[in-house]
Ligand binder design. Structure first.
Ligand code: HEM
Length: 152
């Protein structure tokens, strides 16, 4: 008599083979946060970027009058934001981009300066082009919430 469980053997074999092939594929799929180097790398990038903003001859005026404590809070909020939007484990501690930038009258040219500082920082830290482009695309997606004056 034919064993009723026999057809299950090839099915388990196929499922096993599928698992063997898919597990390594899953294992290499890292988040942008991981590919950037995790929290310490994000932290170093934001520190460098923030210092460029504070010292910029044009947009630096936007941060004039912020004391050390407020600047540190600004840096920390940006670290948590970058960590979270790249797939990291941080909690967002800032308010929304539109809430915090509405009414500041930020010009397109100012956004371009800020974005260029981030590009310069990513180049300084030798962030690979793929991760560089992914992060800039995420930050660029915030532009409509931040820029109020186009064409200037
Ligand atoms: C490039 C994308 C940008 C990102 C990711 C970003 C991110 C942030 C974050 C996280 C905060 C803190 C929000 C909070 O206190 O809850 C903030 C505040 C601020 N940002 Fe931006 N920002 C961007 C572009 C800009 C630009 C282009 C300017 C002007 C040149 C600007 C000027 C400011 C100012 C002045 C504050 C302080 C607002 C306040 O607390 O009164 N930001 N930004």
């Amino acid at each position: 008599m034919r064993n009723q469980y026999l057809p299950a053997v090839p099915i388990f074999f196929i499922m096993g083979a599928m698992l063997c092939f898919s597990i390594p594929a899953l294992a290499v799929e890292k988040t942008l946060y991981e590919r950037l180097g995790g929290y310490d790398a994000v932290s170093a990038v934001v520190d460098d970027f923030a210092n460029k903003l504070f010292n910029d001859p044009v947009v630096g005026a936007r941060f004039f009058g912020m004391g050390d404590d407020t600047r540190e809070a600004f840096r920390q909020k940006n670290k948590n934001l970058v960590c979270r939007v790249t797939g990291g484990p941080c909690k967002i501690i800032s308010r929304s981009a539109s809430q915090t930038h509405d009414g500041l009258g930020i010009k397109a040219s100012e956004f371009a300066i800020v974005a260029q500082h981030l590009v310069d920082t990513l180049n300084k830290f030798k962030v690979p082009q793929k991760e560089h482009d992914e992060l800039m695309a995420i930050i660029g997606s915030l532009r409509p919430d931040i820029v109020e004056i186009e064409g200037q």
